[in-house]
Design a protein around this ligand. Structure first.
Ligand code: GLA
Length: 388
């Protein structure tokens, strides 16, 4: 296997040597896409993510004191804090410090360290740059201090760091995908048992294309936590009649019609989307196994409709992008991806049609919204790894 090449590796190395006069360990941790199965991870459902070629790179070395020195190449910023004074911040440092905090709480012995961070995962694009930073940090500290953690422990730790330091009650998908990604494969992850299976992503002349709206609405974290609570409320109402039910994974439409619709229409809509999306993901996986990319693509359009009208986590910009490609013969599927309220749409597009479509869509998008459209063709890459 050829190791991942990126000019960012040299950039991190050079910055590290200049700043700290040391030779770092370097770790790469990628962003992710998710083919189908949105807002299912925290409902004990399934997801179908993959790690991509855009990644975070972290260089790290030990210090002889108990101080953490951080440097971001992108922001050209330094940050220094004592190990015993680690607190949440409102900047990029919070994702690194959140992981340190979890390690300390779990009783792992770490000392002071120098760290340089750089990456090309666009922030706020719904490609999980924060999970990539957390996974890179956990992996790098594990290597540096020989902590002996397994990947799955680091994934759970990264998720907790996000809960405690960023205040968003995210599911496990982003960290899992970043850590466990495999080149040219998607991961079918059961978010209840954490069992997973790699599936080859064979698109036969089609590509995974991301269109970035370049909007990030401030709503995203508060609404995310609200959706989670609404799902829990739905479960609680069903549970009154079916005590064995612990998550929307265990719920069917019949139960929702009987016990949730009668109580609250909005909560019903949220739960309905989730129950249907679990089914869509499972049949979508069968499509993928059979090589029926068209079938999978159709389901992606329906997922978008559910996210937009029932789960209500889309926005006009995302809706515009999906609507614009809906009747295009070269686009098999499209939908908003990730938490919502901005970020990217994920599209499956015929390779030779990408350039023309991108040009036309860029113009139309700017005309309609006044914003710029950014396009990425996602390559599916391996997960978190030490590269130096
Ligand atoms: C964000 C969260 C994930 C997941 C998605 C929606 O990316 O971090 O845990 O819930 O939204 O599928």
């Amino acid at each position: 296997m050829t190791p991942v090449q990126s000019p960012l590796i040299d950039k991190v190395l050079n910055t590290f040597q200049t700043l700290y006069k040391e030779e770092p360990i370097i770790v790469r941790s990628p962003g992710r896409v998710n083919i189908i199965g949105e807002h299912l991870d925290y409902n004990d459902g399934f997801v179908l993510p993959a790690a991509i070629d855009k990644a975070i790179y972290v260089g790290i070395s030990k210090r002889n004191d108990e101080v953490i020195h951080l440097h971001s190449v992108d922001y050209n910023e330094n940050f220094t804090v004592s190990l015993n004074e680690v607190r949440p911040t409102k900047t990029w440092t919070t994702y690194i410090l959140g992981v340190v905090d979890q390690l300390i709480k779990k009783g792992y012995k770490i000392g002071g360290f120098n760290l340089v961070l750089d990456g090309d995962v666009p922030v706020g694009a719904g490609l999980s740059s924060s999970a990539a930073v957390e996974c890179a940090t956990a992996f790098a500290l594990n290597e540096l201090f020989s902590l002996g953690m397994e990947k799955i422990e680091m994934v759970k730790m990264a998720q907790k760091a996000e809960h405690a330091f960023a205040g968003v009650m995210v599911g496990i998908m982003d960290m899992f995908a970043s850590m466990f990604g495999k080149k040219d494969h998607v991961i079918k992850l059961d978010c209840r048992s954490l069992e997973y299976e790699y599936k080859p992503l064979k698109l036969e002349g089609y590509k995974v294309v991301l269109f970035n709206t370049n909007v990030k609405h401030s709503l995203s974290s508060s609404e995310y936590n609200t959706r989670r609570k609404q799902c829990e409320q739905g479960v609680a109402w069903v549970k009154e009649h079916h005590p064995e039910v612990t998550a929307l994974r265990d719920v069917n439409m019949d139960m929702l019609n009987k016990y949730v619709l009668t109580k609250d229409e909005i909560i019903y809509k949220r739960c309905k989307y989730v129950v249907e999306e679990i089914d869509r993901l499972l049949t979508g996986c069968n499509d993928l196994d059979r090589g029926d990319i068209k079938g999978l693509g159709q389901k992606m359009f329906r997922t978008h409709e559910g996210l937009s009208k029932e789960y209500e986590v889309s926005c006009v910009e995302l809706d515009f992008l999906v609507e614009s490609v809906k009747n295009n013969e070269f686009v098999l599927g499209a939908r908003m991806m990730g938490g919502g309220f901005g970020g990217c749409t994920i599209n499956i597009i015929k390779e030779e049609a990408i350039k023309d479509l991108q040009e036309k869509l860029s113009k139309d998008y700017t005309k309609a919204t006044g914003l710029e459209l950014t396009t990425y063709i996602a390559q599916i890459e391996s997960g978190t790894e030490r590269i130096r």
